[in-house]
Write a protein that binds this ligand. Structure first.
Ligand code: FAD
Length: 505
């Protein structure tokens, strides 16, 4: 039961990576949440193939990263439209893309959700929504059982690129049309030469084969002279014919596990929130999957929204806090659409693109160029507009080593509970005095930084601060190199903005 006689505080539509992560974040912050999922069971479709540094950090912030590392394979490099990107060990504790199938990510997130007490209702597809001043009512199609209704304070559509919630809420999805068609399949390729390297460009398009596990490959073909109908089924035979067209052979392709199709259409929801309905993940943005950013962005949408929505339903923060979700996440989505359009342009066949790739590739050997693209793809450089001009403000916090009375810890273990943390790294009492009235909601931690400087992409190394206010999503709401009256006032403003007014008495 929700806090107000509703069926739940929040209904999450869709048990993909975004919906599951959001449900966990909400639950961790005390909200009662039910996930409704159209399908009767997880599909097991492999889909996305990897997660990037910032998502690995986000999982680390919650203490569940080990589960993913146990099933994934760290990669030595990433890529921008097939051109190699180097990683830098000094920027993150996880400076690598982790190769792990989406099916495994979903299984691990669902396990965590069930541990936290999230209710997941399958065979339940959202088919209608009605909002009033206090609640949102959701009509569900439940297959053989007939329909059902659920009422909650908020509904979040995490129901994928063709989101029913987005359409029912009347939220526009402007963007650019598809210009190509890609087929993808997990298959055996007994005749693939041993010296085969990853992506091959040909005059008719390109193809790639990646060995995910011994015995089978993920094959992708991209062709640029035709855009398939969205509703046309993708078949093994189409994939085989496409591979023969672009590669001249099917490499003995057999035993398909999964075949699907995608394209380079790029669209973004005009509003991430309309009243009591919000959107996250593919429901809010779709784009070419180059560089593997979609699932990552969905998980990060969820981590941005979860604590805010939980605070609002619990009455700890005003409803306006929810507006910061669109303000912070829409620009991030816009930038990803932009970079995937650039990657799609760099992938087209033809002499002009060959030349462009050669020029681009020759620039990417420079560290500065590599760094800009690496930050863009990993989302390590995202800065939210929280106000303030300290270089750490708005940016994600590094998992620096801290010395506390209890021994050495990292910053991320302090975030496992999903609560805000006010880190006092110099002592002296000013920080504690400024935060009086918020200690019921904010964990005040006194510690010393083990390092003189912390990495802050894209700024570089920044001197360890005197104090930091870290939001539950790991972004810095306020930072100070010394805490005088002016910085203490700014701290109180930040505490009020993000965690509601001070408690008196
Ligand atoms: C070929 C390919 C490779 C990719 N590789 C990567 C990669 O390496 N890294 C990366 O980050 N991303 C990658 N992506 C993108 C990634 O797969 C998506 O961004 C990700 O699945 C989005 O997750 P989501 O939870 O938002 O949506 P989805 O995964 O689409 O989940 C939506 C869920 O909602 C359910 N649903 C739909 N309608 C309803 C309804 N009316 N009511 C209730 N439930 C409903 C669906 O059944 C589904 O379970 C790739 C995509 C493709 C196609």
């Amino acid at each position: 039961m929700g806090h107000t006689g509703t069926d739940a505080d929040v209904i999450v539509a869709g048990a993909g990576p975004t919906g599951l992560m959001l449900a966990c974040e909400l639950r961790l912050a005390g909200a009662d949440v039910v996930v409704v999922e159209r399908l009767a069971e997880r599909t097991g479709e492999s889909r996305a193939g990897g997660i990037h540094s910032r998502t690995l950090e986000v999982l680390d912030q919650r203490g569940i990263l080990d589960r993913f590392l146990a099933e994934g394979e760290p990669q030595p490099v990433g890529h921008f439209s097939g051109l190699y990107l180097e990683f830098d060990e000094s920027e993150s504790r996880h400076p690598y893309p982790l190769m792990i199938l989406q099916s495994a990510v979903e299984r691990l997130l669902e396990e965590w959700a069930l541990e936290l007490g999230v209710r997941i209702r399958r065979s339940a597809a959202v088919s209608g929504i009605h909002q009033d001043a206090e609640t949102v009512t959701v009509a569900l199609e439940t297959g053989g059982e007939g329909g059902a209704r659920l009422r909650a304070r908020y509904l979040v559509g995490c129901d994928g690129g063709r989101s029913t919630v987005r359409k029912l809420a009347g939220i526009g999805f402007p963007g650019t049309e598809a210009t190509m068609t890609a087929l993808i399949g997990d298959v055996e390729l007994p005749d693939l030469p041993e010296d085969y390297v990853w992506v091959r460009r040909t005059p008719g398009g390109d193809y790639s084969a990646i060995a995910f596990e011994p015995g089978w490959y993920r094959v992708i073909t991209s062709e640029y002279d035709r855009v398939a109908d969205r509703d046309e089924p993708a078949t093994f035979e189409q994939l085989r014919e496409s591979l023969i067209r672009v590669a001249g052979t099917d490499f003995g392709m057999r035993a398909p596990r999964w075949v699907s199709r995608f394209n380079d259409a790029a669209r973004q929801a005009a509003e991430y929130r309309r009243g009591r309905v919000l959107l996250a993940g593919d429901a809010a943005h779709i784009h070419f999957p180059a560089g593997g950013q979609g699932l990552n962005m969905g998980v990060q949408d969820a981590v941005n929204l979860g604590w805010k929505l939980a605070s609002v339903v619990a009455g700890r923060a005003p409803e306006e806090l929810l507006d910061s979700y669109h303000a912070e996440r829409h620009p991030v989505g816009e930038r990803v659409l932009h970079n995937t359009r650039a990657q799609a342009a760099l992938a087209r066949p033809g002499a002009a693109t060959d030349a462009l790739r050669e020029v681009f590739g020759s620039l990417m050997v420079f560290d500065d160029v590599n760094r800009v693209l690496r930050h863009m793809l990993t989302a390590l450089d995202v800065r939210y507009p929280v106000g303030g001009d300290h270089p750490m403000e708005g940016r994600r916090v590094f998992d620096a080593d801290l010395k506390t009375d209890g021994g050495v810890t990292g910053v991320y273990p302090l975030l496992h509970a999903g609560r805000p943390v006010l880190l006092d790294l110099r002592g002296g009492g000013e920080v504690a005095a400024a935060a009086e009235g918020w200690t019921d909601r904010v964990d005040l931690v006194e510690a010393r930084s083990e390092d003189a400087s912390w990495p802050v992409p894209p700024v570089g190394e920044v001197p360890a601060p005197a104090a930091l206010l870290i939001r539950p999503d790991g972004h810095v709401a306020w930072a100070a190199d010394s805490v005088g009256a002016e910085r203490a006032a700014a701290l109180r403003t930040a505490l009020t903005t993000w965690f509601g007014p001070a408690r008196r008495g």
